[in-house]
Design a protein around this ligand. Structure first.
Ligand code: SME
Length: 164
């Protein structure tokens, strides 16, 4: 994958093709770089560019809370407590959450009034501990489904392998 990946026209690609492209791009970008921040930053750029989501980024587990990491989109809340919001709940459950309508989730943390649906996917260590949460937000309700979950979990699995 060329570094000019961001210039590719994604409009004619299916969702599946965008995910295949994203996973391959992320692997190509990260395989020669060991710095985690650099790799997570490029991963958010690949996803934002391929899908055009309102917001996509990482929350990193630091002690008892999640702290905002690399992201693309509007400014977001910087700290989320364990079990709080969708991200904190995914940390607690160690499971992905697909949310068709954020207003239906009690305790959803609204970083932006534009966000209508959301998917969060944990990055798990080899021992099953949550290292980080991938969060993607859409301006449209019911934007994410099981296919998004499957491929974001594949990306998460790759990132956990190179976490370091
Ligand atoms: N909605 C998330 C907070 C993060 S922002 O959407 C970027 C939550 O409820 O955990």
């Amino acid at each position: 994958v060329e570094i000019q990946a961001s210039l590719t026209d994604f409009s004619n690609l299916s969702k599946l093709e965008k995910y295949e492209y994203s996973l391959e791009s992320i692997k190509a970008l990260c395989e020669s770089e060991s710095d985690r921040t650099a790799n997570l930053a490029n991963a958010t750029s690949v996803l934002k560019t391929a899908f055009g989501w309102w917001w996509v980024g990482f929350y990193l587990v630091k002690g008892e809370e999640l702290v905002l990491g690399p992201f693309q989109g509007p400014v977001a809340c910087t700290r989320i407590q364990y079990g709080k919001g969708v991200c904190g709940k995914a940390w607690e459950l160690k499971k992905s959450i697909v949310l068709d309508d954020v207003e239906q989730f009690p305790g959803h943390i609204a970083c932006s009034a534009e966000s209508k649906s959301e998917i969060v996917v944990p990055v798990l260590s080899s021992t099953g501990e949550v290292l980080a949460i991938i969060d993607a937000d859409s301006q449209y309700v019911s934007h994410f489904d099981a296919e998004d979950q499957k491929y974001l979990e594949a990306i998460s699995g790759y990132l956990s392998q190179i976490w370091g």
